[in-house]
Write a protein that binds this ligand. Sequence first.
Ligand code: GTP
Length: 235
Amino acid sequence: MQYKRILLKLSGESLMGDLQYGIDPKRLKEYAQEIKQVIAKNIEIAIVIGGGNIFRGVAGASQGMDRVQGDHMGMLATCINGLALQSALEAEGIHTRLQTAIEIKEIAEPYIKRRANRHLEKGRVVIFGGGTGNPYFTTDTAAVLRAIEVNADAILKGTRVDGIYNVDPEKDKNAIKYESISFKDVIRKGLKVMDMTAFTLSEENKLPIIVFDMNKKGNLLKLVSGDQIGTIVDN
Ligand code: GTP
């Protein structure tokens, strides 16, 4: 296996599946099954999930809502997604713990780094909800932060495209995919992998980012097994 401990970043939108809004149970189940295959290989998995399928703080702000208020709503949205994912994983027989950056103790454990590490050592999937717990930070930043805190070997960013391209592959069919690219080249070429806060945090801490297609069956397992899947951003 290529990795021992990974942080999987999922977007909230990906949970919509074929729906226009909210959570598609079919998609949730598919993701849970993908994760189960990886757990079976004794790989430790932490997950950060976005909330954009329910609410995006930035979108709220663009329509006149107070940004901080909107971001708080977004944080709650990630907790809702975390609960849904927890439930789907447990239905597959996977042990999980949900830890949140904002305290909602009746619903989930508060985020405690040492405890998260113990859960991971015991083979539990740890889902981190509530982003970083601060407004103005994205869940990509939360993913990088938590990955560094729990010493993950890499951050696996599951998307609907299968890697990083020189131009947007959804707009240009001649787009060329990179197998690997350095942090510096991503910045120099102006490619969009994560927002700058998340990206530079990853670079400074030498945490590789792998962008891959999470919707393709078996991809997650192939990736952690060392197959060339997606694009790796590394030093
Ligand atoms: P070990 O100590 O390694 O056995 O971990 P554990 O998570 O099983 O221990 P603990 O006894 O702390 O937790 C038992 C259950 O209660 C787990 O499902 C936890 O997720 C849950 N739990 C623990 N703390 C909290 C909390 O603050 N809020 C909520 N809602 N659940 C909690």
